[in-house]
Design a protein around this ligand. Sequence first.
Ligand code: PMV
Length: 341
Amino acid sequence: MGNGGHSDSLSVLNMPAITATAPGKIILFGEHAVVYGEPAIAAPVMQVRARAVVSAQPNRPPGWINLQAPDIGLDTIWDDLAQDHPLHVLVKLVLEAIHIDPPPALTLRITSTIPIASGLGSGAAVSVSVIRALTRFLGRTLPDDNISELAFEVEKLHHGSPSGIDNTVVTFEKPIYYRRKLSAGKGEMQPIEVPEPFTIVIGDTGISSPTAAAVADVHKSWQADQEGFEELFRKTGEIAHRARQAIEDGNLNALGPLMNENQEMLIEMGVSSPDLEQLIHAARRAGAHGAKLSGGGRGGNMIALVSQANQASVAQALSRAGAVNIITTKVSSTHEGEKSS
Ligand code: PMV
């Protein structure tokens, strides 16, 4: 690490608090297969967000960092956190990336309305909001590509072998078609144009399900039956490819059936669950055009494609079938005024 150019007390006194936020996300098509190099489609969920606020602590010595994350009961000094704690690693990576050591004393407070371990990308959103707030507070900016790469490093601690789709969609805050490049270790994303925005109802089973466990189980099943699983992944990739075409053509009638087909693949991969199935079937019975799990599976959230006419009845049906939280969100290429500043 390098210079301590931002640590003199006068500049600290003048440093305003900086806030940055990042959205949740859903995977519309292709989860799990994306880990094996197939394409997938994800979209941001603007209604739920992680928020990081960085403020100066002029009475403390340089290098003093107070980390507050009340949602997980954390209030500690950064140096006291285990070296492999994701928040320890995250702050270290940011300071290294912008060559500031030590930073002026500061408090970093993280809050989030994104449910944890439920497939809505809370880990990636926390990382991206922290990276943006810290760098801006310290007078630096990082391009989005670098922000996404830093968040990806932290995703590895959460997931083991992440595809990189979460950090990418959460950083760029637009619908994306994403493909992991197995050789390069990093993914390639293309923004998707959405000429006909569409509405998704998200239903939460309330069962927290760490993605790492589901990804590890799929890996074991793949090892036991490589041919069978590669066929499942290939078919899932094809569905994602057709879905992209349908979205870009504004052909929403094709999307629902593709979601249902994708769900069949996920069942065969062994990542659905009775609770997810219950919500998925309730949504379809109430008129949803298609429904599937979203994210790692085994619990967490499912998504349903709805129209204006049946959006309320699908949400009601999900609630009656046991969903503990319901979010209605629009997938669109523009979110006027909503991207974090
Ligand atoms: O973080 P989650 O639960 O949304 O899962 C991400 C999707 C997976 O394909 C299961 C894993 C990955 O890294 O892409």
